[in-house]
Ligand binder design. Structure first.
Ligand SMILES: [Fe+2]
Ligand SMILES: [Fe+2]
Length: 205
């Protein structure tokens, strides 16, 4: 009897060891989930384009208000953060070997025109433009974080930080009475649609 139970125990031990090594080999052979290269390229291309457009919008607004005016200083704070963002994406384009959008010249002109145009309509309209743009960019950054896998942890962190900055800009817009700009609802809708279209195009072209 003790012999049988000893044998049974040895058998059980063997099974456990086998199971353990199986588990280990399965773990060792499973690679970390990696981000699809096409998705990664699109993310970097479109974010670079968006940040470039953002710097141009604020350039346009500062050109109208002047950087020493009260509103100009507030806008300059946001513009400085956009500058940090674009510099980071400039680095990432090189690091990850991603082609920038071919439409930078268009975003250069369109961004500046949007910034200057809304500033000419007044401070509230300029801030309404910020609310609309930053809302779209903030949401876009949120969605992108779900597309990035473990291998792009650093980029995910960068985008999370930028998302926070964009939402801060959005809130600065609201704090500066954006919602009381004439035609706020229609203006923000049009700008949101424009931004979403620019995003869709800049991913691919
Ligand atoms: Fe930004
Ligand atoms: Fe921003």
């Amino acid at each position: 009897m003790p012999y049988i139970s000893g044998k049974a125990m040895a058998q059980k031990k063997k099974t456990i060891i086998k199971k353990k090594s199986l588990k280990k080999s399965k773990y060792a052979s499973s690679n970390k989930p990696s981000t699809d290269k096409n998705i990664l390229d699109e993310i970097i291309r479109v974010d670079h384009a968006g940040e470039y457009g953002a710097t141009r919008i604020y350039d346009g607004q500062i050109a109208i208000f002047g950087k020493d005016s009260k509103i100009g200083k507030t806008i300059q704070h946001m513009a400085d953060q956009e500058q940090e963002h674009i510099e980071k994406f400039n680095e990432l384009l090189i690091e990850k070997r991603v082609r920038p959008t071919a439409l930078l010249p268009l975003w250069n002109v369109a961004g500046f025109a949007l910034g200057a145009g809304t500033a000419l309509m007044g401070e509230k309209a300029a801030m309404a433009c910020t609310v609309a743009v930053e809302k779209v960019i903030g949401e876009h950054y949120r969605e992108q974080q779900d597309l990035l896998e473990e291998d792009e942890k650093e980029l995910k962190k960068t985008i999370a930080k930028f998302e926070k900055d964009e939402l801060e800009h959005h809130d600065i817009g609201l704090e500066h009475d954006a919602e009381n700009a004439p035609g706020y609802n229609i203006m923000t809708k049009v700008i949101e649609i424009g931004c979403k279209t620019a995003i869709a195009i800049s991913k691919k072209i």
